[in-house]
Design a protein around this ligand. Sequence first.
Ligand SMILES: Cc1cc2nc3c(=O)[nH]c(=O)nc-3n(C[C@H](O)[C@H](O)[C@H](O)COP(=O)(O)O)c2cc1C
Length: 339
Amino acid sequence: MAATNKTSALMARGCEFLGSEYAILCGAMSWVSERNLVSAISNAGGFGVIACGAMNPDLLDKEIAATRALTDKPFGVNLITMHPQLFDLIEVCAAHKVSHVVLAGGIPPKGSVEAIKASGAKVICFAPTLALGKKLLRSGADALVIEGMEAGGHIGPVSTSVLAQEILPALAGDHLVFVAGGIGRGEAMAGYLEMGAAGVQLGTRFACATESIAHPDFKKAFFRASARDAVASVQVDPRLPVIPVRALKNKGTEEFTAKQIEVARLLDAGEVDMGEAQLKIEHFWAGALRRAVIDGDVENGSIMAGQSVGMVSKEEPVTDIIAALMAESETALSNRAAA
Ligand SMILES: Cc1cc2nc3c(=O)[nH]c(=O)nc-3n(C[C@H](O)[C@H](O)[C@H](O)COP(=O)(O)O)c2cc1C
């Protein structure tokens, strides 16, 4: 690999915290971030994170054990805060002495941060705003991820560049903040590191790595797509809330719009009550990510992808992706130093 001294210096705090060679996390991706991709990322010097998603404690137990069998490097586990068995999942992580637990999907419930820390693990939380970031740090979070709306999967309303400007100058001096969302190349990574980020988190760029078990048709959809194909889900009726998710446009996203119109009509006609109507919307995407990632149903499944998907054009081993990011970052930083 090319000399990466400047980048490595900027990543030093993040690397120390993660116990990895590079402060590059592969964000947890449900169905994609399992033993193969997670171990490949950590073996390549990055930091892999298992996506627990809707797994039950038994499945998580097996996934952690299987990942451990493939790598002796550190990796994390991402737990969704509203999982009904969150505390049992925390116990599974503790039993395996998982070093880092990422809490995603909302404000951590009372006692969860404490339970993770009691096991000796470090806690990483998502900070959607500066105020919440400060609150999470006060509540014991060891590090924060700020994720902009360019990202794939569930998203907030604010772009990475604005979140970075609001949050890094305020918190990155004294705390560890990782930046996610829309990072496809090392030059962007270098920019956030210069602004004080401890490291970065990428998902879309790694989803189609050679080691990813995603279905070949899922990967092909990524290779064909450009940034503008990765769209946020559209809410048609203010009465029917839609969870914002960024995914590639397909037949499923079109049918989702039609479904909302149909359900709104049923509501107007008094044929369903509000509760039923909202459930019909909520259930539309049930199991849809699995259908796309595992079954390769790229017509009806949910092909979650960030706007950086336009920079993903072929299957590459994780080591090559990380080497490219580090080299691009180093060139950018060296050019600035020389200017
Ligand atoms: C296919 C896919 C599935 C994802 N699933 C999850 C998830 O289960 N939990 C989570 O916290 N983030 C999830 N994410 C977000 C990633 O962890 C990561 O933060 C994001 O992809 C970073 O932005 P980028 O896509 O622009 O690189 C997912 C992203 C993708 C593309």
